[in-house]
Design a protein around this ligand. Structure first.
Ligand SMILES: [Zn+2]
Length: 546
């Protein structure tokens, strides 16, 4: 045989054998993108707890993937709903419109929740917990763009304990989004926005009593004496559970759950993340994700990290154990993906929806400036100031999310100049203790800021939905109880979050160049070769791609 014929034959054999091997070869196009969000995950958890992580979870993503070590939110408020929307739409609240978890809606004249939707019904529960949809999110997600690109053949499934953690990432065109209904139920549920009945794999999962199996004692995974990366177990900065005097290990969830919301207690323990991991693996099987040539999306948002942080604080033994256990759960998820989809055949990214502040009462105890802000007192002071200055008490419709909302009708009926009112309130608020900066609607609509806290406020400002005056507190100051952590500001303790890429199409490496959260969806779109989300403002992080 001539050498050229030999070569041809060899090539043919190679081609056929790789076709026959199917998933064992690296496809050009990734078969499944898994977008993981860890609720309230600070960047420094990756470094602080590194010695306690195994080889199959966070370290696998870092060592075999790409880590962006200087990744930040570029807007405020840094909260769950804006976070999830921004990660998947590749833009900020000023464009996608999810300006908070809940906000005062000046058109409906009431406070609205980001995902509430009275036009749909619950599926899988008799309660109203399923009356949810992504209808308030104005732009498309990367998951929507993949659906459009594949003529709706590529699937999207979103899972989380929180409804907004499942719904916003999965986008407008999702095949399904599922979240956890605790209380006496302990089931994953959905909404008629997606389907009329739960699929069999979900009802099977609910019937398996997995949730019940986690109502067991929570002890530290490793010897608690080796947890040298967190504060003492017994301290003054933690909440704990009703029915147990101290916030110290162990916690008997079987005994504590009746007085702590039934199955909802799982949310405030690492077992909530374990349960979600079980459910995500069931989704890969149940939906046959990554099984054909069209790229599918699985979005997984781990919420327990946020609940544990709010209850025990970011420096607690409880948060350390939660991350050590999440590392093992991540390992389980990656193992399942290797087995079911094939190593190298899928792509993962992992980030957070916001980070979190150290408990201010703890910071004060070690002489770092911090404190607690009396929001109600401040709101009353603003109202009193305006009624004294204008002789009427109907100019302000609402004060929420550190924003003042004017009554435009009263202003216009009485020929009151809105900009003058903005300026007067701003001047008054700046005299108030613990208020650091104040911005007005006029400032935000007239100037384009380029950096600093100003840019973060501007990126969080939706011209239609947002308020008229914006108040920013001092660093380390929150409006919250004296135990547990909070988030929401534009300071680095809230904005600095991990960003890891791993798998098909991803290079090994790391960068300390600044990246921002909206870059994620843009980068994934470039990787897939699909259209960017329609409101995108992020850049492609070219270093991560092979
Ligand atoms: Zn939170």
């Amino acid at each position: 045989m001539k050498s050229i014929q030999k070569l041809l034959l060899f090539t043919l054999i190679l081609t056929f054998s790789s076709l026959a091997r199917g998933q064992n070869t690296t496809p050009e196009r990734t078969k499944l993108v898994v977008g993981i969000v860890v609720d309230q995950m600070r960047y420094d958890y990756l470094t602080r707890f590194a010695a306690k992580f195994g080889d199959k979870g966070f370290k696998k993503l870092i060592n075999s993937g790409f880590s962006c070590n200087n990744n930040h939110f570029n807007y405020m408020p840094t909260l769950t709903a804006p976070g999830h929307a921004s990660i998947f739409t590749g833009t900020t609240p000023r464009t996608h419109g999810i300006i908070s978890n809940s906000w005062y809606n000046k058109f409906e004249k009431k406070s609205v929740y980001c995902a509430e939707d009275s036009s749909v019904h619950s599926v899988g529960t008799e309660t109203s917990a399923g009356e949810m949809s992504p209808h308030r999110m104005k732009t498309t997600t990367i998951t929507d763009q993949n659906r459009l690109h594949t003529q709706m053949r590529g699937k999207t499934i979103g899972v989380s304990l929180k409804d907004r953690g499942a719904i916003l990432p999965a986008g407008h065109t999702a095949n399904g989004a599922y979240w956890f209904q605790g209380r006496e139920e302990g089931n994953f549920i959905t909404s008629t926005y997606y389907m009329e009945n739960l699929p069999k794999w979900v009802t099977d999962f609910n019937a398996s009593a997995k949730a019940k199996s986690y109502l067991r004692p929570w002890e530290t995974l490793l010897d608690i004496n080796t947890y040298t990366e967190s504060g003492a177990d017994l301290n003054d900065f933690e909440g704990g559970f009703k029915g147990k005097e101290t916030a110290t290990f162990p916690y008997d969830l079987g005994a504590l759950n009746p007085t702590n919301g039934g199955y909802d207690i799982l949310k405030v323990t690492p077992y909530g993340n374990s349960l979600l991991t079980d459910f995500a693996i069931a989704a890969i099987d149940g939906e046959q994700l990554g099984a054909d040539a069209d790229t599918d999306f699985l979005t997984v948002s781990f919420s327990s990290t946020d609940y544990v942080g709010h209850n025990f604080g970011v420096n607690s033994k409880e948060i350390e154990d939660t991350y050590i256990r999440l590392d093992r759960d991540l390992g389980r998820l990656l193992d399942a993906l290797d087995k079911k989809v094939g190593a190298g055949a899928y792509t993962v990214f992992l980030t957070a929806d916001h980070a979190g502040v150290n408990v201010p009462s703890y910071l004060e105890s070690v002489k770092i400036p911090a404190g607690y802000f009396d929001s109600d007192g401040f709101d009353q002071a603003i109202r009193d100031f305006v009624s004294t200055a204008y002789g009427r008490d109907d100019l302000i419709e609402d004060i929420s999310n550190y924003q003042v909302f004017f009554s435009y009708k009263v202003l216009s009926d009485n020929a009151i100049d809105a900009e003058e009112l903005q300026k007067k309130i701003a001047h008054f608020a700046l005299q108030y203790e613990q208020v650091n900066k104040v911005y007005t609607r006029a400032q935000l609509q007239q100037s384009g800021f380029n950096g600093g806290m100003e840019e973060l406020v501007e990126n969080g400002f939706d011209q239609k939905r947002s308020g008229d005056v914006f108040v920013i507190l001092d660093p380390g100051v929150i409006s919250y109880g004296r135990t547990g952590s909070m988030h929401g500001t534009g300071y680095s303790y809230d904005t600095h979050v991990p960003l890891l890429f791993y798998g098909n199409g991803i290079k090994k490496g790391k960068t300390y160049e600044r990246t921002v959260v909206p870059d994620i969806a843009t980068t994934i779109a470039a990787l897939l070769g699909i259209e960017f989300p329609n409101g995108f403002s992020g850049d492609v992080i070219t270093e991560v791609m092979e």
